[in-house]
Ligand binder design. Structure first.
Ligand code: ADP
Ligand code: ADP
Length: 223
């Protein structure tokens, strides 16, 4: 089952001589249950590709489709995105931060509280539920960011350099948590990273170089 299909996508920022081609004709398929690392140097287009996969940006050429996911709001629920910095709301405690996307999506109690509790437990941070962001460490805050997307119960988790601001040990713990959680939800995981220790933990390893994605198998895009 294909969750995301990128068919010859390109994304350019700006126009004329100042235009930057962030992603060049790149194709790939993310199947259900896949665990993919996208490695490559800074500026190679990893974040842009991830945003295209998430539907947060539109390609300037080619198409991105989500054959197995719904459309509109339904698709937004099916795709969880974790960014490099956790962006928690300072005035909300950990459980309120985790619940926020569910509040916005109109998920009612008691379902909402149950999903939040499940997500916090999956990340091993139930004991932080009542803490404010300023009271927790950077690694813990990144776990809250992961819990916040897991509470959505996404089928596809896209993480953009999730360990980029953590030390090595905290990065490994976060990755353990991401792998456990995606297993538990039977979700697919795509992680952009330039951390070797992260790349080695994922079965499928793709690379990006100057805007071009290199996949391990030639992508056969179904017509
Ligand atoms: P990576 O995630 O591999 O570091 P990015 O996708 O962030 O790469 O960036 C790829 C290229 O696109 C870089 O040259 C970057 O400066 C440029 N870029 C990314 N986002 C924007 C934007 N919103 N506006 C202009 N240029 C951008
Ligand atoms: P971070 O190291 O940023 O807190 P984690 O949230 O992954 O990253 O931490 C997991 C566990 O490691 C926490 O439960 C905490 O008890 C422990 N821990 C975190 N930082 C320290 C530290 N500076 N010294 C000792 N233990 C720590």
């Amino acid at each position: 089952e294909s969750l995301v299909v990128c068919d010859d996508v390109a994304r350019t920022y700006g126009t004329g001589p100042a235009a930057v081609v962030a992603v060049h004709g790149s194709s790939c398929i993310v199947g259900s249950g896949a665990r993919i690392a996208i490695a490559g140097p800074s500026g190679s287009g990893k974040s842009t590709l991830l945003h295209l996969m998430a539907g947060l940006e539109r390609p300037t050429r080619g198409t991105v489709s989500w054959p197995a996911l719904g459309s509109g709001d339904e698709r937004a629920q099916d795709i969880g995105v974790v960014f490099q910095s956790p962006s928690l709301i300072p005035a909300l405690d950990v459980s309120e931060n985790t619940a926020l996307p569910l509040v916005i999506a109109g998920v009612a109690e008691p379902d909402r509280a149950q999903r939040v509790a499940e997500a916090l437990a999956l990340l091993g941070i139930d004991q932080l539920a009542g803490k404010l962001p300023e009271e927790i460490s950077g690694g813990q805050a990144q776990r809250v960011a992961v819990a916040r997307v897991l509470a959505q119960r996404p089928r596809l988790l896209l993480a953009d350099e999730p360990t980029g601001q953590l030390d090595r040990a905290a990065g490994q713990r976060l990755l353990d948590a991401l792998l456990d959680a995606t297993d538990h939800l039977a979700a697919a995981l795509v992680v952009t990273t330039h951390d070797k220790a992260v790349i080695e933990r994922l079965e499928t390893r793709w690379t990006m170089h100057e805007g071009r994605l290199h996949t391990t198998i030639a992508p056969a895009v179904p017509s």
